[in-house]
Design a binder for this molecule. Sequence first.
Ligand code: MCA
Ligand code: AMP
Length: 491
Amino acid sequence: MFAQIRPDNGRTALIEDGRTVSYGELDAASRRFAAGLLGGKADLEEERIAFFLPGSADYVTVMHGVWRAGGIAVPLNTGSAIPELEHYLSTARVTRLVARADDCANLAELCAQCGTELLDVAKLGSEEAVSLPDLPETRRAMILFTSGTTNKPKGVVSTHANIRAQITALIEAWEWSEEDAIPLFLPLHHIHGIINVLGCGLWAGAAVHLFGKFDMERIVRGVAAGDYSLFMAVPTVYVKILQYLEGLESESAEKICSGFGAMRLNVSGSAACPVPLFEQWRKRTGQVLLERYGMTEIGMAISNPYRGERRAGHVGQPLPGVEVRLVDEDGSVVDGEGQPGEIHVRGPAVFLEYWDNPQATAESFTDDGWFCTGDMAVLDGGYYRIMGRSSIDIIKSGGYKLSALEIEGVLLNHPAIAEIAVVGAEDEMWGEAVAAFIVLQGGAQLSFEELKAWCDGRLSSYKVPKRVQFVEALPRNAMGKVTKPDLRPLL
Ligand code: MCA
Ligand code: AMP
């Protein structure tokens, strides 16, 4: 699939801590890794191989090694708490987990519990020349976990054909080429990092600069030095950079701003880009942010144009190969401008299924094959504008999609908590911040600090409530159901 990853391609694929890996080296390393995984078998036949690795050349080798051996790649969030990882491993029935030696000790007990074999990334690989399986594109390639309106995250299954469609739409629309260079600092268990940055970069034959995390100083140093032609991030990252620039003396800040200004494209997505942010970025760097809209299940669906007007507060038009329609509350397809509706998407980029969950899969598609996103939009002057989500239980914080129900489910295990309602609170930095309204058990005491400490090891840090209000009771409707919209004004 990735034609650039081949033995005779000496161009640079990856740059990590000053070390470069060429496409030819990546080809050889992923082939060796695939051979090690196969261990004499002809094909992994969709065996689920998880990996717990930061953004690194190891990560890329493992991902492509799993694919080349015929397995399903299950990249894990290295910031996850153990109970979250347990859910991923058991739901996807992962047989093997690849990690660095440093992390193996922490993961050993979990793997033993889940019956998963734990492998040290440095020790896997075979020098033996083996022939790799010839895979049909309909093969399942990847499972990514996504939160939503269910208590536990669901596994989104994409095939190789889905991945190709997701990548090639962006290559065409944003004119990727092998001359491009991009920093990759987003987490690699979501498609923003996996598809938009890493996938497109390697498909195009470009250079991908790997940062294990969002390391402000090193990244902006590269920007000032003119190392990158493209930059892709969530709105929170742009807010953080603007704040960081405020604290610098003007000469250093100017160098960074001109570095951004000299790039050919800056993209924002995963959450709404506020209009003031779009304007500030343009004023500071001269770059007109390109905002686009996507989802784990569908890849990127709608984008502002690379050439042409990029409109603040809007996400643009459908990408190549993607069909989009809006459907109103009565189930009628919206015809024309100005009428809101739920975004439905169809096309080769749309995922295959939720892993082991035919009911959830069936419920998320219409009979004629449209995927129902749960996001509301309106067509406004030829450009789609996202209006929000139909479920109050989905929170977008720092670009992460969080399920209020999942967080409530975990916090209800605290002995002092009788009832809880989690909602997203508007936040300048994070888009939304996790907020919890808590009713304590009679006579119980709990401080915000105690609650945060209790969450450590039980929830990823970005799911931990950042604001808490202790209340006497939660508002309910006549049916006795908690009415979250009534809580919002209390924030
Ligand atoms: C971290 N902190 C938060 C949050 N996250 N506070 C409030 N809300 C949050 N969401 C706090 C931490 O507890 C910590 O506090 C401090 O902020 C620094 O945390 P750290 O993790 O170090 O922050 P960072 O490294 O600066 O990370 C910010 C980030 C990161 C780079 C914006 O959140 C990130 O990579 N987000 C992107 C997620 C992503 O890729 N989403 C795409 C999903 P203290 O200092 O007190 O301990 S794919 C998708 O959505 C679709 C398909 C699409 O369209 O792309
Ligand atoms: P995820 O499930 O993590 O893939 O997140 C997908 C969700 O992110 C979508 O369903 C939207 O709610 C949200 N999203 C992505 N891009 C945008 C955008 N440009 N504006 C508003 N919301 C967005």
